[in-house]
Write a protein that binds this ligand. Structure first.
Ligand code: GTP
Ligand code: MG
Length: 197
């Protein structure tokens, strides 16, 4: 699977200024530095379509990209990074929660989780927000190249157990590495399936 044409459209602080809602849309979000922008570059085979940085807090806006003129991919700012989130009330910010709750054509929110870490408070709280609002969710465990597959699977299992203490089911999930370019096929496939459905 390959995205032939990936085009940056617009960056906003107000979701109401996002492009028309005539195409299905998929948002990528997670803690600052979890690898959202890197994943987007991997999915689109571009080196720097989305700006990446080793310093957390790089992405600060709602960024819309158009994929093959068929669907929107949205790169969102990270949550759980004190310098960015202090000024906001819900931790990840009104800008993001307004977008997620009100964007009509949003088909799925991909929440990125660092595959190396035990469940993080910021992630649990964010997923709680998703659950309370009944928003559509998939998980992507990132940076899998940084450890053995065994360790990744263990961490996924721990995360699953934690989530199932408050969720009825574990959402669809993927394991990815932007470094090794793994997870791309699976993620693009599920997006394709949801586009058709
Ligand atoms: P913010 O926009 O600041 O919230 O960060 P982000 O989630 O967009 O993260 P970004 O893609 O900018 O990546 C953060 C850092 O992690 C960069 O130094 C990336 O090179 C590194 N990184 C991202 N994905 C991977 C991965 O799969 N493997 C490895 N080894 N490093 C990664
Ligand atoms: Mg980013």
């Amino acid at each position: 699977k390959r995205i032939k044409n990936a085009e940056f459209i617009i960056s906003n602080t107000d979701y109401k200024k996002s492009p028309e809602t005539n195409l299905p849309e998929y948002a990528f979000i997670g803690r600052s530095n979890v690898g959202k922008s890197s994943l987007i570059n991997m999915l689109t085979d571009r080196k720097s379509l989305a700006k990446t940085s080793s310093r957390p807090g790089k992405t600060q806006l709602i960024n819309h990209f158009l994929m093959d003129e068929k669907w929107y991919l949205v790169d969102l700012p990270g949550y759980g990074y004190a310098k960015v989130s202090k000024k906001t009330n819900e931790g990840w910010g009104k800008m993001i929660s307004d977008y997620l709750k009100n964007r009509e054509n949003l088909v799925c929110i991909f929440v990125l989780i660092d595959s190396r870490l035990p469940p993080q408070k910021a992630d649990v709280e964010f997923l709680d927000f998703i659950g309370k609002n009944g928003l559509p969710l998939s998980l992507i465990f990132t940076k899998a190249d940084k450890q053995s597959l065994n360790k990744t699977n263990q961490n996924v299992a721990v995360f699953k157990k934690k989530m199932l203490s408050s969720w009825e089911e574990f959402p669809p999930y993927f394991v990815s590495s932007a470094e090794k370019k793994t997870g791309k096929e699976e993620i693009l496939s599920i997006i394709e399936q949801m586009n058709i459905a």
